[in-house]
Design a protein. Structure first.
Length: 317
C-alpha cells in the first residue's frame, strides 16, 4: 500500500478495554505478576492474531532493527519475536499504571538524573524530547526524588483533563501534568515559556507525525527514510531553552531512566531553517536507534511507522 493509503496513527482505533485493564490490575494487586501474566497473555495472543496491521508493523520494525544491528536478536526476527513484542507492551502497561499510583518498586528503577538535578538546583527549566519507548511514567520517580522538579507533558489525546484528574486522585502532590495540544501555536508557546521561565520542564514526543498543522521531515531511521516531526525543535528555538532527551527502558528486572543533554540552545538560521530542522530530527532518530539496540522490545508504535502521512493528508471517507 502506498504512503498516501496508510491511515494516520491517530485514526487507528483503540482496542484497550478499561474494565479489562482494571480487572488485570486487580489480579496483579492481590495475586502478583505471574497470575497477571496467566490472565493477560491469552488476551494479548488473540489480539496479536486479530490485528494484522499491528502485527505486520511490529515485524517490520523488528526486522529493520535486526538489519541495522545484527547483534540484537542473533537471527532474523519472526512471529515469536513479534508476539514477545506485544507481551512486553502488556507488561509495560501494567507498570505504567503502577507508576501512576506510586506502587512500582522504587528500588527497581535506576535513574541517571545528574543533569536534571543540576538544572533544578539552578532553577532553570528546559524542553525534554522523548519517544514512545518503555515506561515513561516512571519519570515520576525523578519528581519524587528531586524536590522542585515539575514536568508538563504535551500529548495529542483529548483526554488530558481526565488523566490529570486521575493523577490528582492517585497523588495530589504529583509533579507531572499533561497538556493536550493539537498544534503548537503562539498561545501554547506563551504558556510553556512561562513554565520554563519558572524552572519547570516540558516534555514532547519526537517520534510521531503531528495530528494536524504540524510539519515533519524524512530522515534515515533503521536504514530507511522515516517521517519525524519538527515541532519540538521549532518550539525549542522559540523558547530559547536547553533541550534534553529522556528514555525509560527495561533493564534486568526493572527500568533505567536516562536523561541526556541534546542541545544547550537550538538556533534555526533564516536562510537554512529547513536544513537545521532536518539535522536535529536526524540526530534524534540516531538517539532513538541507540535506545532500541539496547531495548529492542520497548518501542510501542504498532502502526506502519515508515509510511506515516500528516493527519490532514490522510484519505477521508
Amino acid at each position: 500500500m502506498s504512503a498516501a493509503g496508510q491511515p494516520h496513527w491517530a485514526d487507528i482505533a483503540e482496542s484497550t478495554s478499561v474494565a479489562g485493564v482494571r480487572f488485570l490490575c486487580g489480579v496483579h494487586r492481590w495475586l502478583g505478576r505471574w497470575p497477571f501474566r496467566l490472565c493477560a497473555y491469552p488476551v494479548v495472543f488473540f489480539h496479536w492474531l486479530g490485528n494484522a496491521t499491528a502485527r505486520a508493523a511490529s515485524l517490520q520494525y523488528l526486522r529493520r532493527l535486526h538489519a541495522h544491528d545484527r547483534g540484537v536478536f542473533g537471527g532474523e526476527p519472526g512471529a515469536w519475536h513479534s508476539l514477545r513484542h506485544f507481551f512486553m507492551f502488556a507488561e509495560t502497561l501494567l507498570d505504567k499504571i503502577l507508576a501512576m499510583g506510586h506502587r512500582y518498586p522504587e528500588q527497581q528503577v535506576i535513574t541517571h538524573r545528574d543533569v536534571m538535578m543540576a538544572m533544578v538546583a539552578q532553577r532553570r527549566g528546559g524542553l525534554i524530547i522523548t519517544a514512545h519507548i518503555g515506561c515513561l511514567e516512571l519519570c515520576q520517580a525523578l519528581a519524587d526524588r528531586v524536590p522542585g522538579f515539575r514536568l508538563t507533558a504535551l500529548v495529542h489525546t483529548a483526554h488530558a483533563a481526565r488523566f490529570n484528574r486521575l493523577l490528582d486522585r492517585l497523588d495530589p502532590a504529583n509533579g507531572v501534568r499533561l497538556m493536550q495540544v493539537t498544534e503548537l501555536g503562539p498561545a501554547t508557546a506563551t504558556v510553556l515559556a512561562e513554565r520554563i521561565a519558572a524552572g519547570e520542564f516540558v516534555a514532547i514526543a519526537g517520534d510521531r507525525v503531528p495530528l494536524q498543522g504540524g510539519r515533519s521531515v524524512r530522515v534515515p531511521f533503521l536504514g530507511h527514510p522515516a517521517p519525524f516531526p519538527i515541532g519540538a525543535y521549532a518550539l525549542a528555538s522559540a523558547l530559547g531553552c536547553p533541550v534534553f532527551t529522556m528514555a525509560c527502558t527495561h533493564a534486568g528486572d526493572g527500568y533505567e531512566v536516562r536523561f541526556e543533554p541534546f542541545a544547550e540552545n537550538i538556533r534555526l538560521p533564516r536562510g537554512s531553517r529547513d536544513a537545521a530542522l532536518a539535522e536535529h530530527a536526524g540526530r534524534f532518530a540516531q538517539w532513538l536507534e541507540r535506545q532500541l539496540v539496547g531495548a529492542p522490545y520497548d518501542w510501542f508504535n504498532f502502526f506502519p511507522f515508515w509510511d506515516q502521512v500528516p493527519h490532514d493528508a490522510s484519505p477521508r471517507d
